[in-house]
Design a protein. Structure first.
Length: 317
């Protein structure tokens, strides 16, 4: 047996055998506080509303979640569209991030989905994680009622866990004795409130009456990621959501709620077309610029046919 103790009595991890290191890495509740690793499905699948749900092992063992917020085109958009397929849009964020795979760790700009990692202290199921991350990364723009409805609908349709209706984002109670700082905070809060007021019409129950509802969920095994497809009505407030986000973006980034400098409605067929190009990093339109998809998004779309098939279904091809 290999002696793991150094002269000072501490364990030298470098002396462990390969199997010992692997066993320690996957040990539940280890001393480093890493989360318990539970078994999950190794195959990608899509569960559609009234036809399927997330598997129980994936509800227990997931590590991240996100929202694929999509809508049909408005009449004006349809008139400008001359393609053969149906026109649908997905909400993506413009993110400035470090390219960890580049030797010089340069900054890059990418288009990314709204989602993030599980919070073991508060998230009970994938729908909780997805809705919380969506709420934060949209700068709390859509309102608590809208997000609560999104969370409840996704949870009831695709998991066996009921969703909480409590507010997960109470207002900050941090005190600051600097009067100038307090004034700045009040001004920022007023700007956020004004922008949020523009989207009050979105704070509705997710019922068939207003058209907002979860349509499907995709299980992405490479990241233990549950991606909820949520369809919204293309009313003016929803279509103008990216414009309203401009008013809260700076505050959202400053408070570390969101990593997105802007939000954009992107045609779903453009997302699919990036996979058909031979270029290593195909670009999509974000406002006045063209940027690549986040590497994770591109890899999961390229890897899993069920996910690509679901996107094709949204545009009727």
């Amino acid at each position: 047996m290999v002696d793991l103790l150094r002269k000072d009595g501490q364990i030298d991890d470098s002396r462990r055998t390969k199997n010992q290191r692997r066993a320690r890495k996957h040990k539940h509740n280890n001393k480093r506080g890493k989360p318990t690793r539970l078994p999950v499905s190794k195959e990608c699948y899509v569960a559609r509303r009234s036809e399927g749900r997330l598997k129980d092992i994936d509800v227990r063992g997931y590590r991240a979640g996100g929202v694929f917020l999509w809508r049909d085109a408005t009449e004006a958009e349809k008139q400008q569209h001359d393609g053969e397929h149906k026109l649908a849009y997905v909400l993506l964020g413009r993110e400035v991030r470090v390219d960890k795979r580049s030797p010089d760790k340069r900054m890059i700009v990418v288009a990314n989905l709204l989602g993030g990692k599980r919070d073991d202290a508060s998230d009970e199921c994938p729908a909780h994680t997805a809705s919380r991350e969506f709420h934060e990364e949209s700068g709390l723009l859509f309102g608590d009622d809208f997000v609560a409805a999104l969370r409840a609908d996704c949870a009831s349709a695709f998991t066996t866990t009921s969703a909480k209706s409590t507010d997960e984002h109470p207002e900050s109670t941090t005190t600051d004795n600097d009067p100038n700082r307090n004034e700045e905070q009040e001004d920022e809060q007023e700007e956020v409130k004004q922008a949020t007021d523009q989207l009050k019409s979105l704070s509705l129950s997710a019922t068939a009456a207003n058209g907002n509802h979860a349509t499907s969920v995709a299980w992405i095994p490479m990241a233990k990621y549950a991606l909820f497809f949520y369809k919204v009505t293309p009313n003016k407030a929803m279509v103008d959501a990216p414009k309203a986000y401009e008013s809260v973006a700076e505050h959202a980034i400053k408070e570390q709620l969101s990593k997105f400098t802007s939000l954009h409605w992107v045609p779903v067929h453009e997302v699919l077309e990036t996979l058909q190009s031979s270029a290593a990093r195909s670009l999509i339109q974000l406002g006045d610029e063209r940027r690549p998809l986040m590497r994770f998004v591109r890899e999961m779309l390229g890897e899993y046919e069920p996910l690509r098939a679901e996107l094709r279904r949204l545009i009727g091809c």
